[in-house]
Structure formats: structure tokens, C-alpha cells
Design a protein around this ligand. Structure first.
Ligand code: AVJ
Length: 322
């Protein structure tokens, strides 16, 4: 391919090509979330095997009162920024509670999927009509690089829920937390949702549901490349293969090629080759112990204030102060 064309590649095109030409092959899980991927993830959150959402919902329901007094200790109000808000199902429990208590706050959901964000705002304006809300349709990494001044309140509370942090490598999560910290002021808070280490079969099932929705979610990445880059991936020539390694706490998902094959990416005029049995890594979802969580946060100088967990100890939300 000529240099002039390479320079014009979008970030997605560049990353896809790079990831597919690497050995071993891998794609970033951040590309799961086009509108179709966001829709499939919402179905995942309702699966019986996917305990993460229900556990975090239980935490919010049980601890909404305690959370409010920690967030609003000085009664000055705050802005609540949610990174990767999705359908906001869990957050809604808190938002309703704050609203009922007439707490002054603005909710700022940030999400890459415009469709998911539109549905969320429509739903919230129906269910919590009095709440001040300012949705931001953007990649939250990009939103973080901006000024992040969205409302009249000086105090900010940033939510990064649902074990989204588990998708990052150790290095990337430190970098992310540092970046986040640098956007905030002393006294601001961050709440992070971590999935905890537990029975490995419980974890594996969450990524290998019997209805095959997680499979479709992974395969959608190939469909997305077909749609956006004019590729000719055939999803029936790959198998969704999730694993969990309790030694590292990493759940990893692969799409494994069932045969020797080649795929053409029309928009890039490139071919990609797969051997029979060759793996394409699509996601890592890291699980933590309590001490690993604390260590990660204190390493970047964030102060753990409180941590909340569910009755099964499956999940934890950690509240940190800048
Ligand atoms: C949204 C990143 C938290 O890693 O559990 C669900 C995404 N992948 N099933 C996770 C996901 C497969 C999810 N996160």
C-alpha cells in the first residue's frame, strides 16, 4: 500500500489492519461498541450467566444512601460524570434517589454510541423529568482530554462502572487513572467498578452463555469490519473461544479460525491470512482481588475512601478521592 493512502487511514482502519497483520493477531475490545455491539452488550447484561450487572445493581440499591452522604458531604452539589454510560440501568437507581432527595446535581453521561446515549436520555427524561442532564456523545478517552467543564458545580464525581477497567492492561489502567486524576481537582471523587476473582467456572460462564449472545457480540466485530471496511469475513468460519486463567485473573476471548483462509479488506485493498486454528484475541476482562484494586489506585495517588460490595462478594465498587 502506498504511503499517501496509509496516511489517510482512520484510527479504526489503522488499528484493524495493524491488529490483523500482527502475530498473534488481536483487535481492541473498544471497537465492539458500534450501535449493534452496544445493543448486544445490553442483551448480555440481562443474561443469567452475566452476574456483573446484577451484582453492581445490588450494590447501588443497597448503598445508595451511604453513597449520597459520601458524595455530597458538604451539601454543595456536584456533577456526576459517567464514562461509558451505556443504558445507565445501574446508575438510574442512584439518580432517582438523588432526585427524590432534591440533591443539586447534573448528570453527564458520556458514551461512544449515539444510539445508546439517545435511548438513555429519552428514558431518563421520562423517568426522572426534573433531573439536569447533559449527555456527551464521544469516546471517553477523548472527552477526558477536553476541559471537562460541563455544569455549574465545581465538585465532580466520575463513574467508571461495570468492570470497564478490566479491559485495560495493567499499564493502560495506570495511565488511564493518571489521566483521569489530572483532569480533576483535589476533593473530586472517582468510583470504579471491579469484578472480583471467584470460582473460575462462574467467571467463564459469564463469557460463554448458553444463548450465544456473547458469541454474537464477539462476531459483531468481524461484521463491523465487513460493514465499515468492506471486508468479507465469514463468521461461520470462526469459533468464539473464551478462557479464564485464575492465575492471572484474566478472562480472555478469542475468535479462532476453523480453517486456512484469507480475508479481503476492500476499502484498504489488503489481504489477511489465517491458518487453521489461528486465534484472534478480541478482549481481556481482568478480575481483581481487593488488595490488587487498592494497589492499583494508591499507585497513582488516589485515596480509597470506601468500598462497596454485593452479598455474594462477586463485585466491588471502590470510591476514591483525588
Ligand atoms: C463492558 C467491558 C465490562 O468485560 O465483562 C461482556 C464486556 N465482554 N461480555 C466485560 C463484555 C463480553 C464487559 N465490559
Amino acid at each position: 500500500m502506498q504511503t499517501s493512502t496509509s496516511l489517510a487511514l482512520s484510527e479504526f482502519e489503522h488499528d484493524v489492519l495493524n491488529g490483523l497483520q500482527k502475530n498473534p493477531k488481536s483487535l481492541s475490545s473498544k471497537y465492539f461498541y458500534d450501535d449493534e455491539g452496544s445493543r448486544l452488550f445490553q442483551r448480555i447484561m440481562h443474561l443469567p450467566e452475566y452476574y456483573l450487572t446484577r451484582s453492581e445493581l445490588e450494590i447501588f440499591t443497597k448503598h445508595k444512601e451511604a453513597m449520597l452522604s459520601l458524595f455530597n458531604s458538604e451539601q454543595e452539589g456536584f456533577e456526576l460524570i459517567e464514562l461509558g454510560a451505556g443504558d445507565g440501568l445501574k446508575t438510574k437507581v442512584l439518580l432517582s434517589h438523588f432526585s427524590e432527595r432534591n440533591v443539586p446535581f447534573t448528570y453527564i453521561p458520556i458514551d461512544i454510541s449515539e444510539k445508546a446515549l439517545d435511548e438513555l436520555t429519552a428514558n431518563l427524561s421520562r423517568e426522572i423529568p426534573d433531573m439536569a442532564m447533559q449527555p456527551v456523545n464521544d469516546d471517553y478517552f477523548k472527552a477526558l482530554n477536553g476541559q471537562m467543564t460541563y455544569s455549574q458545580y465545581t465538585k465532580r464525581i466520575v463513574f467508571f462502572l461495570g468492570s470497564n477497567i478490566g479491559n485495560f492492561s495493567e499499564e493502560r489502567s495506570l495511565q488511564f487513572l493518571n489521566q483521569l486524576k489530572n483532569c480533576l481537582n483535589p476533593g473530586d471523587m472517582i468510583m470504579i467498578g471491579f469484578d472480583l476473582q471467584k470460582n473460575p467456572f462462574t467467571i467463564l460462564s459469564a463469557y460463554n452463555d448458553t444463548q450465544g449472545i456473547t458469541r454474537d457480540f464477539n462476531m459483531n466485530l468481524l461484521d463491523r469490519i465487513n460493514r465499515e471496511l468492506g471486508a468479507d469475513f465469514r463468521t461461520d468460519r470462526f469459533v468464539h473461544y473464551p478462557i479464564y486463567d485464575p492465575a492471572t485473573g484474566e478472562a480472555r476471548s478469542y475468535l479462532v479460525s476453523l480453517l486456512k483462509q484469507q480475508v479481503y479488506l476492500e476499502k484498504l485493498d489488503e489481504w489477511v491470512y489465517f491458518e487453521e486454528g489461528e486465534a484472534l484475541h478480541t478482549e481481556t476482562s481482568r478480575k481483581y482481588t481487593l488488595s490488587q484494586m487498592k494497589q492499583l489506585c494508591t499507585q497513582v495517588g488516589l485515596k480509597p475512601i470506601h468500598y462497596f460490595t454485593d452479598s455474594k462478594h462477586y463485585f466491588a465498587d471502590m470510591l476514591l478521592k483525588v
